[in-house]
Write a protein that binds this ligand. Structure first.
Ligand SMILES: Nc1ncnc2c1ncn2[C@@H]1O[C@H](COP(=O)(O)OP(=O)(O)OP(=O)(O)O)[C@@H](O)[C@H]1O
Length: 399
């Protein structure tokens, strides 16, 4: 294994103290005799994250995600094993942790930078950047106790991101911000990653985890259930969630009509197909105030039993939507010979930004269509796979 790691955990575990009654904590302190039982929220975690890599963290409520991030952030020392981090780390964890409610945003920003080890000269140099990024306006001079949760996250993220850490650790907190700030923060995280930093990112939004991270870890009851590339881990976790609750569809990305970008029309050339018919989906959208390169469309074909048959986007295919008149953009998704077999299907259409992370608008379960197999089209399942038989006699092959 390469030694160029940024994070190295060796059978690391974190135990909390659990008390049968709240007064037991006080009695333990006074009597100097243990009255708690240890509860392992994290146990036996061994993994390595290479410098410059990104690790997503997924798992159910109570799986140990926050404990894992707090340990990485240095807020909770491991009870057992080792947790090693190389380079300056910066964490955005629970909302408002470490803020002084009576201090102004500016003073809290100064304090946050100082706590991250910046000198007075560095703080003076970085402060304008923090305030510009947080966009708090005149609220920057007001006490933080008067802030909305969205304003708190702006301030905290600005401080965490501006110091250009070697290791950036981001918990769910981002979801509190509005769509504008979420996109700005995700773009900033990408920029930090682009400069060679290491990212650990936990979000209930599995789409964002998949788009932001190369690797992912799935925690279950404090242990690593799966570790690997983000796509595989997130898919496996989603399968497990669906298996427990079949009626629950895929968690969908957060969306917001940022910059006025929205879907205007989604039309399919017909609603009943035969296998190998041409399939043509026309999409029109309002570009809003975004540049063309920042407006992409993605589609997913889904069968009525929730199986995701195929998904792709203009972004992943490296093409752009075409500008029409009056800020309208369009694209047509064409399959010359539809390979689907008999069944009922529908479409999901997503308008996404140039990073693939932010969703401007979506239509889910639209354009329902049916596919029928013509008499000569044999085969069962979902798709017609190109194939041939070999080592069969001519007489057998022709019946
Ligand atoms: N201070 C604490 N004292 C005792 N137990 C705790 C403490 N903090 C967390 N736990 C327990 O540790 C386990 C893991 O909690 P943690 O918050 O890390 O999970 P999580 O995956 O982040 O959950 P969520 O998605 O709900 O935020 C849970 O069973 C929780 O009840």
């Amino acid at each position: 294994m390469s030694t160029d790691w940024a994070i190295r955990l060796t059978v690391a575990g974190v135990a909390y103290r659990r008390y049968a009654h709240p007064r037991d904590a006080l009695l333990e302190w006074v009597l100097r005799r243990p009255r708690h039982v240890p509860f392992y929220a994290l146990q036996g975690v061994s993994l390595q994250v290479q410098a410059g890599d990104s690790l997503g963290v997924v798992g159910d409520n109570g799986a140990g995600k926050s404990t894992f991030l707090k340990m990485l952030a240095g807020n909770l020392p491991p009870t057992e094993g080792q947790c090693e981090i190389r380079g300056r780390r910066s964490a955005l964890l629970e909302l408002g942790t470490g803020l002084q409610p009576e201090f102004s945003g500016v003073d809290n920003a100064r304090l946050g930078l100082a706590l991250r080890g910046l000198s007075q000269a560095e703080i003076a140099a970085k402060l304008p950047e923090v305030l510009a990024f947080a966009e708090l306006g005149e609220f920057a001079q007001q006490p933080v106790k008067t802030y909305s949760s969205g304003m708190v996250v702006r301030l905290v993220f600005a401080v965490a991101a501006v110091i250009e850490p070697a290791v950036l650790i981001v918990d769910e907190a981002l979801s509190v911000g509005d769509q504008y700030f979420q996109k700005k923060s995700l773009d900033r995280m990408r920029a930090i990653l682009g400069k060679g930093a290491t990212l650990v990112f936990c979000s209930h939004n599995l789409y964002q985890v998949r788009e932001m991270c190369r690797q992912a870890v799935w925690l279950e009851q404090g242990r690593v259930r799966m570790l690997g590339d983000a796509q595989t881990v997130v898919d496996a976790y989603q399968d497990s969630v669906r298996g427990r609750n079949p009626s629950q569809s895929c968690p969908s990305p957060d969306k917001g009509r940022l910059g006025g970008v929205s879907l205007l029309a989604v039309t399919l050339n017909q609603d009943t197909f035969q296998t190998h018919d041409p399939f043509r989906l026309s999409i029109q959208a309002s570009q809003g105030d975004r540049p063309l390169a920042d407006v992409h469309v993605g589609i997913v074909i889904r069968r009525n039993d929730e199986v995701q048959c195929y998904g792709i986007s203009t972004l992943h295919d490296g093409v752009q939507m075409q500008p029409l008149a009056d800020g309208i953009v369009a694209a047509e998704f064409v399959i010359e010979r539809l390979p689907l077999l008999s069944g009922d299907y529908c479409l999901e259409v997503w308008l996404i930004d140039g990073s693939g992370v932010h969703v401007y608008d979506s239509r889910e379960r639209c354009c329902h269509f049916r596919v029928q197999q013509a008499g000569q089209q044999q085969g069962v399942g979902m798709v017609m796979l190109p194939h041939r038989w070999e080592k069969v006699s001519y007489a057998l092959a022709t019946g």
